[in-house]
Design a protein around this ligand. Structure first.
Ligand SMILES: [Zn+2]
Length: 366
């Protein structure tokens, strides 16, 4: 079965909907034709000229990166900057480029969840939960088809509440309709009022998934003109957001915790705030530049906060109440490629992906 660029985009956006991205961000398909067939994809953190060359040499015609190659508007594409040269090379070589950035930072199972997994943290939850719009989706199905339609809606992302999935409410009743001239009713006769025993199915869905779930219900529904209603809800869900907090399997000294993160994230060095002389049990993490959440990590009772790009003055915000560790931006996000690989291999079996072997970290240590 051939895989198109749009199929890969759709799969990645199930994990990290574009609607989650920050307003300044530019995640999504940045370059290439959505209808193009994809042979294989190269998975990278950044897109550089070396990465585009690597994709070409590996026979890939799609690059999936964490950081968007094109972040601000390009007014000229003459090859003066590496971004322009990458765009030129990608277009000349029919290379699609897709990025999943702050939307993947915020998605459940995203960048910081992967960091927590690497440290073996348990009871992992979101650090800075963000309100996300919710909808209620309702349809009316002949009773024998209720299970089929509900399952299609669940599979498209409907009916998830916290750690539960398959959440729906069903009630039996009677639907009425009269098929007009030219109709092809699933049950009943043309021009006659029909009374059908139906099940009303309703479930909650993230607004970002509402259209997909509505389409799934329409496709699975046996009627010629299915009724599938979507209502906006006033309450918001708080399941996604930046950063995570979790618990270490076994508490350890601050020095051992620092050594653990240095080893797991393969850091040349770790910069950290003054030690507090207590054990580390609860750890907050935020991949990339997360210095703004030091105080929030503290208020969540974290003993240690691991992030990157902390400035001199930001270390003072530790206030002798939390151990802040800066492990480097690239180091914190390096395992993001594994998220892409695992998700795509589950969603599009037999689709070939390769890890980029280019070290794109622009920062070196002496
Ligand atoms: Zn980043």
């Amino acid at each position: 079965m051939s895989v198109k660029v749009k199929d890969v985009c759709r799969a990645l956006e199930e994990l990290a909907p574009l609607a989650l991205q920050e307003s300044y961000d530019n995640a999504g398909l940045l370059c290439g034709d959505a209808e193009m067939e994809v042979k294989s994809a190269l998975l990278a953190i950044d897109v550089t000229e070396d990465v585009v060359d690597e994709a070409i040499s590996k026979g890939c015609n799609m690059i999936i990166s964490h950081h968007p190659l094109i972040f601000r508007g390009l007014k000229k594409i003459t090859g003066k900057s590496y971004v322009e040269r990458c765009v030129i090379k990608a277009i000349k070589n029919d290379m699609a480029i897709y990025s999943s950035h702050t939307n993947l930072d915020k998605a459940v199972g995203g960048v910081s969840f992967k960091m927590a997994e690497k440290l073996g943290l348990k009871d992992v939850g979101v650090l800075c939960a963000e309100p996300e719009a919710l909808c209620q989706i309702v349809t009316f199905v002949p009773q024998d088809y209720a299970e089929k339609v509900a399952n299609a809606m669940f599979a498209a992302g409907g009916g998830c509440v916290g750690g539960y999935d398959g959440c729906s409410y069903r009630v039996e009743g009677v639907g009425t309709f009269r098929a007009g001239e030219g109709c092809n009713p699933f049950v009943g006769e043309l021009g006659e009022m029909h009374y059908e025993k139906e099940t009303r199915i309703e479930m909650v869905v993230r607004e970002a998934d509402a259209e997909k779930v509505r389409q799934a219900a329409m496709s699975a529904h046996p009627y010629e003109e299915p009724v599938v209603d979507v209502y906006a809800l006033l309450q918001k869900s708080k399941t996604s957001g930046l950063g995570v907090v979790g618990i270490l399997e076994k508490p350890m000294s601050e020095i051992d915790a620092l050594k653990l993160i240095k080893e797991k994230f393969k850091c040349a060095d770790v910069r950290f705030s003054p030690l507090l002389g207590r054990e580390v049990r609860k750890i907050a993490l935020c991949g990339g530049s997360g210095a703004e959440f030091i105080t929030l990590a503290m208020s969540k009772g974290a003993d240690m906060y691991v992030t990157a790009d902390c400035k001199y003055h930001e270390f003072f915000n530790a206030e002798g109440k939390i151990l802040v560790a800066d492990i480097g931006h690239f180091e914190s996000e390096q395992f993001t490629k594994e998220i892409f690989k695992a998700y795509l291999s589950e969603k599009i079996p037999n689709f070939v992906t390769y890890y980029s072997e280019v070290n794109t970290n622009p920062i070196n240590h002496l």
